[in-house]
Design a protein. Structure first.
Length: 300
């Protein structure tokens, strides 16, 4: 077969095939007119190279596997050279993961330190959140804990649930001074857990997507998502951007300013309902499901 057909059948490029040829891995025959002619086995060779490269092997490291196929042997995974290559690649990946994890933890620490300096001061004078019903959310851009950008002014069609909460603690880390004395301030972890456990039911009841939002940094929120295995992303707002735009109620706890607990239901980018106040965070997921179910029935 010609080089174009091989590229098409293997989902690669002619340029890549030229590179494999220069490395001596997939070498075609030269016809009298100068054209390259590949044997049918070239499809297996190229496929093997691409599969191994997707696992982290370099082109050169695929050589023992490719040569085994070219020699007519199907026992590529048990030959000594192949096993050594696998072990070396795993070791390199583990070292890379370790470096990336250390970099992420260092960045999280810097985020936490920066956020603790930004979120300070006295509580802002907030309006009644229920006055937001019927109004669109402003176009505010954030990056959620899953790394994806979120524009609160363009969440998409259907109902979006945004539960706004004060903060969650980390194991072994004290909560801010003053938080324990404020009614309704505690319970964010329990609320997040209940929303996690009832996430599928909330979606079935009519929600298209669920977000959590607090004034905590990305590092704190990412730790919570990982520790509790949350199926929905959290949105960090350490500068209280949403509170400033909507005059949402906040309160002071120690040297921090935190959001009061509330939940926004945004339908087709317009606020349809606001839950506020939320005296019992743990049971809020059930209240939310009841409202969504009732609303879905009345809009049919």
């Amino acid at each position: 077969m010609r080089v174009g057909e091989l590229a098409r059948r293997t989902g690669t490029t002619v340029r890549a095939l030229r590179y494999y040829e220069s490395a001596g891995l997939v070498v075609p025959r030269r016809l009298g007119n100068g054209y390259r002619e590949y044997d049918p086995i070239a499809v297996r060779l190229v496929t093997q190279i691409r599969e191994l490269m997707s696992l982290g092997l370099s082109v050169e490291e695929t050589r023992p596997f490719v040569e085994s196929i070219a020699d007519g042997s199907d026992d590529t995974d048990v030959c000594a050279a192949a096993l050594a290559t696998y072990r070396n690649t795993v070791t390199v990946l583990q070292e890379r993961i370790g470096r990336l994890t250390a970099q992420r933890d260092a960045l999280d620490a810097r985020l936490d330190a920066a956020a603790s300096q930004v979120v300070t001061g006295a509580p802002a004078t907030g309006a009644d959140p229920r006055d937001l019903v019927g109004n669109p959310l402003p176009s505010l851009g954030f990056y959620a804990t899953d790394g994806r950008p979120v524009d609160l002014g363009a969440l998409g069609s259907g109902r979006s649930v945004i539960f706004v909460y004060p903060l969650t603690g980390r194991p072994g880390v004290d909560l801010p001074n003053g938080l324990l004395e404020i009614h309704g301030a505690r319970g964010s972890t329990e609320q997040a857990t209940w929303l996690r456990d009832h996430h599928a039911e909330i979606l079935t009841a009519g929600a298209a997507r669920v977000y959590g939002l607090s004034a905590q940094s990305t590092g704190y929120q990412r730790e919570l998502v990982h520790r509790l295995r949350l199926p929905y992303p959290l949105i960090p707002d350490p500068r209280l951007t949403l509170a400033a735009a909507l005059r949402l109620p906040t309160f002071a706890a120690g040297d921090m300013t935190l959001y009061e607990r509330l939940t926004l239901i945004v339908t087709d980018d317009v606020v349809e309902h606001v839950f506020h106040p939320i005296p019992d965070p743990a049971s809020h997921a059930l209240d939310l499901m009841r409202w969504l179910t009732k609303r879905r029935r009345t809009t049919r």
